[in-house]
Design a protein around this ligand. Structure first.
Ligand SMILES: Cc1ncc(COP(=O)(O)O)c(C=O)c1O
Length: 371
């Protein structure tokens, strides 16, 4: 069974399963002659905000842009502090630097791998303007406690839901709980475009209005610029693809859930491996299926030699990246949980079309390694 050739993500298989519908939808854009804005974008914005349960939804150029504009829409800039986790994709914290503010890194809980609310409680005392929890790997952060802390202090919460399309916490979708939420449609995401794309969801009409200006040169009317904005729009071709894919999102997420349950079940007896804990009353959409083991690097090499692709999300926590030295405030109690996760995390192949033989194959190779 060696030479398995199992990809970490295989986007071609997803495309082939819905090719006809995608091709028709893209062709409608190409034939329309309208390549910026228009009906496809408006339709997708309505569909995805309805799916999330938010009043407003705005397509933008990427998840990174969504985070920057979300902060700007709250008036956050120079001299302000924003709390987030260092165990995330770098964009979460970069957005804070891009608007001139300072990231305050709060450590993660070692079991759930998301923001530890107790650590947040002490960080808040340093004077925080906003909090960006990250629903890492598709598993919701502890939003009940984070929102309670934020509401007590009158601080805004921006959910980084870039990895959590369709995840649920206490009956609500991630991305519908904070004041603003940001999504990425990077191709490998659970809901992915054929290129870059992003989304901002909110129930606040003033924020939605500000983002409408920010994403398009600060203009309400053509050539009348009310504020300094960007060019960061969701392209109609991407919206056309996303509208089709949104119809399959729950089905694909259910398949990911089944695959994750199989992995968990088949690997549960290996003492050297532990899994991300999913909080009570929450469901993960398993954007990434993660295992944590001190033997990460050896296991990764072993799997690679047998043709099994894996990933590491993320090998270096943000506070240890070169340009973060001296530009951030670190958790007073240290960031050892983030550092530990960064040195032990291994992401196994995960996509909805992964078949039972492939899952068994991955599991068997892992079992052999630990024998
Ligand atoms: C947690 C997180 N935040 C932000 C981003 C940035 O999104 P994008 O790649 O669309 O700019 C990503 C995606 O890669 C992400 O995983």
């Amino acid at each position: 069974m060696s030479g398995a050739n199992i990809r970490f993500v295989d986007l071609k298989r997803q495309y082939e399963s819905i090719k006809d519908k995608i091709d028709i939808s893209v062709d409608e854009v190409l034939s329309s002659g309208r390549y910026i804005g228009g009906e496809k974008v408006a339709n997708f914005e309505r569909e995805f905000s309805e799916y999330l349960g938010t009043r407003f939804g705005l397509g933008v150029g990427s998840g990174s842009d969504a985070l920057i504009m979300a902060l700007q829409s709250l008036g956050i800039g120079k001299g302000d502090k924003v709390a987030t986790v260092p165990f995330t994709f770098v964009s979460t914290a970069d957005a804070i630097l891009h608007v001139g503010a300072t990231p305050v890194f709060v450590d993660i809980d070692p079991d759930t791998l998301t923001m530890d609310p107790d650590r947040l409680r002490s960080a808040i005392r340093t004077g925080i303007k906003a909090i960006i929890p990250v629903h890492l790997y598709g598993s919701p952060s502890n939003m009940a406690e984070i929102m309670e802390i934020a509401n007590d202090e009158g601080i805004s919460v921006i959910e980084d839901a870039a990895q959590a399309h369709g995840a649920i916490i206490n009956g609500k979708k991630t991305g519908s709980i904070g004041e603003i939420s940001c999504f990425s449609f990077y191709p490998a995401k659970n809901l992915g475009a054929a290129g870059d794309g992003g989304f901002i969801a909110t129930n606040n009409s003033e924020i939605a209005d500000k983002i409408t200006l920010l994403r398009e040169y600060g203009q309400r009317e053509k050539y009348r610029h009310d504020l300094l904005g960007w060019n960061s729009r969701l392209d109609p071709i991407q919206a056309a693809i996303l509208s089709v894919k949104l119809q399959y999102l729950d089905k694909w997420n259910a398949a990911r859930f089944r695959i994750a349950s199989q992995y968990r079940n088949m690997l549960k007896d290996i003492e050297e491996i532990r899994f991300q804990e999913i909080p009570e009353n929450s469901s993960s959409v398993y954007h990434i299926f993660s295992i944590l083991t001190k033997h990460r690097d050896g296991l990764r090499t072993h799997l690679s030699k047998q043709g099994i692709e894996t990933g590491i999300h993320y090998p270096v926590p943000v506070h240890l990246q070169k340009y973060y030295k001296d530009v951030s405030v670190l958790d007073k109690m240290g960031l050892s949980n983030s550092e530990e996760a960064a040195s032990t995390e291994l992401s196994l192949p995960m996509f909805a079309e992964l078949n039972p033989e492939e899952i068994e194959n991955v599991v068997e190779k892992i079992q052999n390694f630990f024998k």
